[in-house]
Design a protein around this ligand. Sequence first.
Ligand code: 4CX
Length: 246
Amino acid sequence: HSLRNMDELCASIVRAHRETSQYRVEELQVLRWKLFSREEIQAYQIKSVDEMWQHCALRLTDAVQYVVEFAKHIPGFRMLTQNDQIALLKTGSMEVVLVRMSRFFNTENNTVFFDGKFARADLFKSLACGDLITAVFDFAHDMCALKLSEHQLALFSALVLINTDRPCLEDRGKVQRVQRTVELGLRYILQRDNQESLMHKLYQKMAVLRSLCSLHMEKLRWFSQRYPLTVHSLFPPLYKELFASE
Ligand SMILES: CCS(=O)(=O)c1ccc(CC(=O)Nc2ccc(-c3ccc(CC(C)C)c(C#N)c3)c(C(F)(F)F)c2)cc1
């Protein structure tokens, strides 16, 4: 890969990241202190388990749709087989949502952007998934501590998505070539920023993401056993397609 190609690759992934982010960081900077009132928090907390799950599934699906668009703009992603594209999105889209979510985390009051304002973890009490929410908030907090630039975050998001150790890939070789290119792009950006030491930290974050997403799937299996009709008839089709069908 000549340097020029590297620049072009990174530029196209950063552009894709920018164009498929529902909110830009600067937009949310002004919202940082827009917190839910006590009454609004109580309104969430008195929701039933299935109501709150349905609400969050809708919010997550909105965010996932932007990640699907992002994936389509990653050079090489569209050359993969349809099934491989779906397989990567099934496991990677939630991970990229959580990476992006970390940009909208306020470490001063431990709040994350949700439903238009910034929410603390206790807002999600009625989900009965305290351990998952705590893990999501801890992840967002730890990602903030890395202070990634938007460029670094864009390349990291692409690498999270193009991940060959996903099960049941048809053409692993092809996915490996795309993954290696994206990995070179991330290393190139980190070298340019003189922050190569971030690479191993980002690999550690990928391991945390994987455990977070398997916890999400485990909770979803528990929930869909208890509320099969809610999942079947009230959850967004994309959420079911990506997270509920084995
Ligand atoms: C990704 C595109 S973007 O423009 O960067 C963007 C676009 C929109 C947003 C706002 C946003 O949707 N935040 C939000 C959504 C859902 C959830 C959430 C809710 C519940 C659960 C538990 C599970 C049982 C369903 C999980 C999990 N796992 C995640 C959260 C937060 F994690 F905080 F709880 C925040 C943020 C960035």
